[in-house]
Design a protein around this ligand. Structure first.
Ligand code: ATR
Length: 283
C-alpha cells in the first residue's frame, strides 16, 4: 500500500487529507494520506528518511517549505526558482522536490479565466513573500509578457526580481518592481492582478487598491481562501471583473502531488470543491 502525508506545524487544519482522501476513494486506490506534525527545524531530517518511514512522499506546508528544499538532493527548477518546495518524494535513492503552488494557481486561472492568455498578459502581483515568488516563477514559465511586483517593502520585491532575472530573460518576460504607492495608478494597464499578501484573511486590513480604472477584461485573483471572497474579490466582482479565488490553487496544487504519490492524475471536480468549501465554512 502506498503511503503519503502532509507535514507542517501546526497541521491539524490542513485540508490536504480531505482532498487526497477523496481521490483515493474515487479511484479505488488502496493508499493512505495522513497528517504528520513535524516540529520546526526537523523537516529536513524527516524528508531524508521518507523511505525508512514507508512514505512515497509528502506535501509540505508552513513553516517547512524552505528547509525541505535545502534537504533535497535534486530540486526541480520550480522549487529552486520559487525558493521553496511543497512536494517532496524519493526516487532511486535520491530525495527530490518540486513546487506545485504556482503551477496549481496557473492551472486554476486557465480554467476560470482562459482569456488572460489571449490578451497582452501583463501581470501585477501584490506582495513579495513565498506566494509571490512561486507565482512569479509560474507566470514566467507560462509566458506572461510582464510581471510587475508591488510590495509595501520594496526590498523584498527587488530580491525576487534579482533571483528570477535569468529565468525571465530566457523566457523574454519583463520582470520588474513598481512602487507600493503607485499600485492603483498602474491597475489600468494590467490584464491579471493577484493578491499574494496576507491582507484579506479574516480581519486583516485592506489593500487600499482602487480598481476604478481597471480594464473590463482584467482578471482579479487572490491566493487567500479564508474567506473565499476577500474584500478585493468582492470589489472586483461588483465592478463586473472576472474573479478567481484562492481555493482553486489549493485544489490544483494537489493534482501533480497525487499523481506522483499514487500514479493516477486526478481531476478537480465541482463536488470536491463543494466538499472543501463546506469544510472551510464549518470551522
Ligand atoms: P508567504 O511567504 O506565506 O507569502 P509572507 O512572507 O509573510 O507570507 O508575506 C506576506 C506578504 O504580505 C508580504 O509581501 C507582506 O509585505 P511586507 O514585505 O511589506 O511585509 C504582505 N503584507 C502583510 N501585511 C500587509 C499589510 N497590512 N499591507 C500590505 N502588505 C502586507
Amino acid at each position: 500500500m502506498r503511503k503519503a502525508a502532509v507535514i507542517g506545524w501546526p497541521i491539524a487544519h490542513s485540508r490536504s487529507p480531505l482532498i487526497h482522501g477523496s481521490w483515493l476513494a474515487e479511484h479505488g486506490i488502496a493508499g493512505s494520506y495522513e497528517r504528520i506534525a513535524v516540529p520546526p527545524g526537523e523537516a529536513g531530517q524527516f524528508v531524508r528518511s521518507l523511505a525508512e518511514r514507508g512514505l512515497v512522499g509528502v506535501n509540505v506546508t508552513i513553516p517547512h517549505k524552505l528547509d525541505v528544499l535545502a534537504a533535497a538532493d535534486e530540486p526541480e527548477e520550480s522549487a529552486r526558482l520559487a525558493g521553496a518546495a511543497n512536494l517532496v518524494w524519493h526516487e532511486g535513492g535520491r530525495i527530490r522536490c518540486a513546487n506545485t503552488d504556482g503551477s496549481g494557481f496557473l492551472a486554476h486561472l486557465d480554467l476560470m479565466a482562459p482569456q488572460w492568455r489571449a490578451g497582452e498578459r501583463r501581470v501585477m502581483l501584490l506582495g513579495a513573500g513565498g506566494g509571490a515568488r512561486a507565482l512569479s516563477y509560474a507566470f514566467i514559465a507560462a509566458g506572461a509578457q510582464s510581471v510587475t511586483l508591488v510590495n509595501r517593502t520594496p526590498a523584498a520585491a527587488e530580491r525576487i526580481v534579482a533571483d528570477l532575472s535569468d529565468a525571465a530573460y530566457r523566457q523574454r518576460v519583463r520582470l520588474q518592481v513598481s512602487a507600493w504607492d503607485d499600485r492603483s495608478r498602474i491597475v489600468s494597464d494590467r490584464d491579471v492582478i493577484v493578491n499574494t499578501t496576507s491582507v484579506g484573511m479574516k480581519d486583516i486590513g485592506s489593500l487600499g487598491l482602487d480598481l476604478a480604472h481597471a480594464h473590463p477584461r482584467t482578471v482579479v485573483a487572490d491566493i487567500v481562501y479564508v474567506p473565499l471572497e476577500t474584500g478585493l474579490l468582492a470589489d472586483a466582482k461588483a465592478r463586473g471583473l472576472t474573479i478567481v479565488d484562492g481555493l482553486g490553487m489549493l485544489l490544483h496544487q494537489a493534482v501533480p502531488a497525487f499523481e506522483r504519490f499514487f500514479g493516477v492524475r486526478p481531476t478537480v471536480t465541482p463536488e470536491l470543491r463543494a466538499r472543501i468549501v463546506s469544510d472551510i465554512m464549518g470551522r
